[in-house]
Design a protein around this ligand. Structure first.
Ligand SMILES: Cc1ncc(COP(=O)(O)O)c(C=O)c1O
Length: 378
């Protein structure tokens, strides 16, 4: 089956209890049992298990070619639940320009419980190897990275992790399972902020974790149940509805992003454009080998901070705010938004400068987006 058909026909799109063509929203916290000795059979309590959530978990799992999926209340709940399988004394190697929230929990929250982290430029596999210590337990990656769209060799990095007996974790939010499948490239755990493209309509926060190993699935299931940061049935339903149109949205997003990346690079006052679809992007060929598309997100630097602010305050169509992956375009200012929690010196070292704008290109008619950018730049 081709990917566009798979997002619609996951095999779990029909409700197994009623035949409903849209999985019902089982808005319930507890389930009646007929025998106190059979508590483990069927559904018990929605923090543990819920039919709507289960349908989303199974659909996402199949789209990522995994064995077991888990749905959470947000991408951060998913990320933090995954990190919670590690413990005191464990060390994690993470790629340096990750989402600010992931950076924050790795540097502020988990160190309180004795965990350690090192950040590396994961585009350099030797640097990844060198960062591994005796107590390293996991390698955490985002590719394309956020917000500078650096590309990590997923096969190479996951192989390094495998040889060192580390768990490789990939945040696949930017690409979605429609464009990139990290488990098939050697990763052990895939994470999505389903708030973004999977939901796709800026109307829900959600997170998904997919694994293909039973032991890992058991560990994550235990955290999901005991920590309890689960998605509610209504939100699970919204994400499932979003997934049904993933193919058409991703194709339109990418068409628009490519047009804008090519156009904006030629405009006066634009210093640099970061989009893996551009042939001169340093990771272009590598990205093409591991993904089937380039996605919706691009970043660009202007020559001056003033010009960046002029664009952000002058645009009319895109939402100016945090987040990405909605049908509508969303323009963000990483330095004060997604990456605000990263210390200033580290932001500078990473190139997250004050003239950097991140643009999640929506599915509007691209001519209108270009006209809007043009008027904002004037
Ligand atoms: C790549 C990436 N991962 C994870 C997250 C966190 O997801 P959420 O906002 O759903 O908690 C974000 C949020 O922007 C993100 O961009």
């Amino acid at each position: 089956m081709k990917p566009g058909t798979r997002v619609l026909h996951t095999g779990v799109e029909i409700d197994k209890y009623t035949g409903a063509a849209s999985i019902p929203i089982y808005q319930v916290s507890t389930f009646n049992k007929t025998d106190v000795h059979s508590l483990d059979e069927g559904y018990i309590y929605s923090r543990t298990n819920n039919p709507t959530r289960e349908a989303l978990e199974e659909a996402a799992c199949r789209l990522e070619y995994g064995n077991k999926g888990f749905a959470f209340a947000s991408g951060m709940a998913a990320i933090s639940s995954v990190f919670s399988i590690f413990g005191s004394g464990d060390h994690i190697v993470a790629c340096s320009d990750i989402y600010g929230g992931a950076h924050e929990v790795l540097t502020e929250l988990f160190p309180r419980f004795g965990m350690e982290v090192s950040f590396v430029d994961a585009t350099d596999l030797d640097a990844v190897k060198k960062a591994i210590r005796k107590n390293t337990k996991a390698l955490y990656l985002e590719t394309p990275s956020n917000p500078l769209m650096r590309i990590t060799d997923l096969r190479g990095a996951c192989e390094i992790a495998r040889q060192a007996d580390l768990i490789s974790i990939v945040d696949n939010t930017f690409m979605t399972p429609y464009l990139q499948n990290p488990l098939r490239l050697g990763a052990d755990i895939v994470i999505h902020s389903a708030t973004k493209f999977l939901g796709g309509h800026s109307d829900v926060t959600a997170g998904i974790v997919i694994v293909d190993d039973d032991e890992l699935a058991g560990k994550i299931a235990a955290i999901q149940k005991s920590f309890g940061a689960v998605i509610g049935p209504m939100d699970a339903w919204l994400v499932m509805r979003g997934i049904k149109t993933l193919k058409v949205r991703m194709e339109q997003h990418e068409h628009n992003a490519m047009e804008i990346a090519n156009w904006i690079g030629k405009q006066p006052g634009i210093a640099k454009v970061y989009y893996p679809g551009l042939k001169d992007h340093p990771g272009h060929h590598l990205h093409k080998e591991q993904s089937s598309g380039f996605g919706a997100v691009l970043s660009f630097q202007t020559n001056t901070i003033g010009f960046a602010k002029k664009i952000m305050h002058g645009i009319k169509l895109p939402v100016l705010g945090v987040s990405l992956g909605g049908v509508e375009s969303i323009m963000s200012y990483p330095v004060l938004m997604s990456h605000a929690s990263i210390p200033q010196d580290q932001k500078e070292a990473l190139g997250i400068s004050e003239d950097l704008i991140r643009f999640s290109v929506g599915i509007e008619d691209v001519e209108d987006l270009i006209a809007d950018l043009e008027q904002a730049m004037k």
